[in-house]
Design a protein around this ligand. Structure first.
Ligand code: CAA
Length: 392
């Protein structure tokens, strides 16, 4: 029996900052961002958008496509995030309510920086292996925020991916072997009292590469596929140039020929959406997968994809999946393109105005400005509770 991703969609905020408008503020050439980091734009959350509204927006089309009995088969919702809105209650419970899912379900939030979406996927596969009749909704949702004026600022972004994990999946069957690597490293973290991450940029690049090395070596030791048997590679993308560097590193490590055109073809389609969205932490690698499936001009049915998931702190996992024949009939390419094309470009001044989150620590009463174009919004914070509502 094959297990894997049966349906897949992403959501992002309704506004973006063009990095050409950020470069002069930082006193650098736009090429530092567009070429050096491989980023053109970053999605910017409005105050009434957060990980809950993004997650629910990503999952809505998947849930709407299901018949009632199929919806009831979703007995588990796993929400992965590192920009959670509560220290106790899972963001997934709000999402479960907004989507109108059956109360006969377990819902939980998972955390390990940008990696936890992959742990959610692996747990979902294990649950479906135990009971192939059930479906598991895995959602990765994050808002990437660094201090204004810091080196990390141009690598901000936000987005969510929803994946329906089932037996006999229509999109990608995940293979059983994983290569794993964990080491205690302080490359990127966010203490409870901060709304922005603390990052040691140079160390984070090394920690990512070290985790890739460790995960690949373990993957091979566990009997995972040879490099030459993998057709395309999807990496975690804090900025898309990182994936380019990671792929060069892995190619070297595997002793494969370093042919620039071949290497480019193995990753180019995975980078297209993230160039426009920016970092979406847990969602970023899976938006890379959507990008590959949506943009590949050749039919990828039967192709093996390698995935490298990385979460600072640090955990890495390398695994593979096989694209299923006929997958193209189940893609949401037009909706994804529309979502990106319909975003509004904001000025740098407007970005500064909206980027500050509604203060989550003051315990005060807030009505939240109505700005989102998504299907759900944060309407108010009152009595220490976040109140969400559909926008229509
Ligand atoms: N034209 C073209 N390229 C230019 C240029 C120009 N005018 N000016 C600079 N560049 C190039 C540089 O040469 C460099 O490229 P190479 O690394 O290939 O040499 C690139 O632009 C970036 O320049 P710097 O290294 O000088 O950039 P920086 O030090 O200001 O910031 C950063 C880079 C450290 C990655 C910073 O953006 C950052 O801290 N980001 C957040 C942390 C991060 O994303 N880490 C990634 C690994 S951790 C992870 O993956 C988890 C996660 O999601 C956070």
């Amino acid at each position: 029996m094959q297990l894997g991703i049966d349906d897949l969609a992403f959501a992002t905020a309704g506004r973006y900052l063009d990095l050409a408008d950020l470069a002069p503020v930082h006193g650098v050439e736009p090429a530092k961002y567009t070429v050096g980091l491989g980023q053109d734009r970053m999605s910017v959350c409005a105050p009434d958008e957060d990980v809950v509204t993004l997650a629910a927006a990503a999952a809505l089309p998947l849930v709407e496509a299901l018949a009632d009995d199929e919806r009831a088969a979703i007995r588990t919702v796993l929400l992965a995030t590192e920009s959670g809105i509560d220290q106790s209650k899972s963001a997934g419970v709000y999402v479960h309510a907004l989507l109108g899912l059956s109360p006969a379900a377990r819902v939980v939030e998972l955390k390990q920086a940008c990696y936890s979406g992959t742990s959610a996927l692996q747990m979902a596969l294990a649950l479906v292996a135990r009971n192939p009749e059930q479906k598991v909704l895995v959602i990765c949702s994050d808002v990437a925020r660094y201090d204004i004026g810091s080196a990390g600022e141009p690598t901000q972004g936000c987005g969510a991916v929803a994946m329906l994990v089932t037996a006999n999946p229509r999109l990608v069957a995940i293979e059983p072997v994983s290569g794993l690597h964990t080491s205690d490293v302080m490359d990127f973290w966010r203490p409870n009292y901060r709304t922005t991450a603390v990052v040691d940029g140079r160390l984070s690049l090394r920690a990512y590469t070290d985790a890739l090395t460790g995960a690949w070596e373990d993957f091979r030791a566990q009997g995972g596929a040879e490099f030459g048997d993998i057709d395309a590679f999807v990496y975690h993308q804090p900025f898309t140039k990182m994936a380019v560097k990671a792929h060069a590193h892995l190619t070297r490590l595997a002793g494969a020929p370093r042919d620039a055109a071949v290497m480019d073809a193995q990753i180019a389609d995975t980078l297209r959406y993230n160039r426009e969205i920016g970092n979406s932490y847990t969602a970023s690698m899976y938006i890379g997968l959507v990008s590959l499936l949506d943009h590949a001009t050749e039919d990828l049915g039967g192709s093996r994809i390698g995935f490298f998931s990385y979460g600072s702190g640090a955990v890495g996992e390398l695994f593979t999946g096989v694209v299923q024949p006929g997958y193209r009939a189940h893609l949401r390419t037009a909706a994804h393109r529309r979502l990106l094309d319909e975003r509004d470009r904001v000025s740098h001044a407007e970005y500064l105005r909206i980027v500050a989150p509604v203060n989550p620590v003051d315990g005060g009463e807030h009505d939240v400005e109505r700005l989102t174009r998504g299907p759900f919004r944060l309407a108010a914070i009152t009595g220490h509770q976040r109140l969400y509502e559909p926008t229509t």
